[in-house]
Design a protein. Sequence first.
Length: 459
Amino acid sequence: MNPEYRGQLQETRFLNEGKKYYVITLGCQMNEHDSEVISAILENAGYSPVLTPEEADLIIINTCAVRKKPEDKVASLLGKYAALKCDNKNLMIAVGGCMTQQADVARYIKERFHHVNLVFGTHALPRLTQLLEEAMRSRETVIDIEEEYYSSRENLPIAHSKPFQAWLPVIYGCNNYCSYCVVPYVRGRERSRSFDEIIAEARSLAEQGFVEITLLGQNVNSYGHDLPGNHTFADLLTKLNQVDGLKRIRFLTSHPKDLSSKLIETVRYGEKICEHFHLPVQSGSNRILQKMNRRYSREHYLDLIKTIKSTIPGVAITSDIIVGFPGEEEKDFLETIDLLEHARFDNTFSFIFSPRNKTAAAALKNNLTHRVKEERLQRLNEIQHNISKAINCLLINQVVEVLVEGPSKSNPEVQTGRTRTNKLVHFKSSSILSGKLVPVKIIEPRTWNLVGKLEGEQS
Ligand code: SAM
Ligand code: SF4
């Protein structure tokens, strides 16, 4: 941590000693990681975490802007938290992240929800403690949505939410401007973290006992293009594969237009690099892909899938799909279904198109009723569920390596963990196995998860 920042934290610590905070996170893994940074900043400044908003002196909502649903959730949470201010006059409420990075949304929150003390954007984390102090003194909602694309986050602390798995961002922002997506507007242009800083952070995580790291970026494949030295994402993975102590390396998300054969080979031969690609296709229709500005064709995508599957034995591929994009006709949708049947993904995350402010697709004529979109989503999900179940059935009687995450929430006698291919496995064991890699024989494959039996343990 840089000494200047440490000094600021020590001063604010005095002010906040004994105070409690509660952070609620909406959205993607990058947001989860940002919340870990927010938590660490608050803890260094004297706050301690609590499990419910009712106990808190400070509530922070870390928002998502990708679709309307998580935005609506913020309004409902803010309505609920207004009542808590009646019982605790000193309660501070802050709203941050992707949704509030948008100037019109920040203004709307200030005008509509007077009980909000602070509204901050995705670039404001290094200034969070000063902003909270300012908000404490101010009678008005404080807003900070400055766009400081090149402000460093390297010196910010992290409170890891899991003891042996860590997120590790490698590239921030996005340059792709897919026509439906708000991310480039709220996360800024692409900024790769330095090669050496990432390696140093991975080594430090391994020394602290973390066994699995997940490299994060909106498009990890474009890592390095803005750095001196021609380092590619494949080079980064190769180097990380040599870090002692790490057992598993994951990464997401891969953009199909930038996925290189060198990367596929690197995953094939890097023994710590997990055999899983999250490779969002979005649509199986070339006409719609073009309107989405995805810059690849269904043919290119299916070729990639073929190469990945033929190069990496046992690989899992997951994807994202948008249905009901403006202008999507039944025949476009049928091409998406056809792609699903050819690609045979292990799983997909499918969404109904949600028009987003500023994006090119928001201006396109939306030709479909909500009922048609819902019906397409349901048809797609049904087909995918059958494929997922069929793929999981191939694992019956196979012994897989599971990284145990801990006892199941609903049954403490059942342990849960994940395979290298990111599949959830449940198995019975009375031993404490959290953080360990164990062999599990699959005895009951299901659509969403697998039930197994711990090898070597008597039942
Ligand atoms: N960077 C990743 C990529 O290019 O695939 C994904 C980022 S986005 C946070 C996650 C997923 O949300 C996307 O893959 C897309 O399927 C979905 N998504 C993004 N914008 C959307 C919108 N306006 N409506 C519906 N789904 C959307
Ligand atoms: Fe959004 Fe496209 Fe960037 Fe992914 S690649 S974050 S979908 S603009």
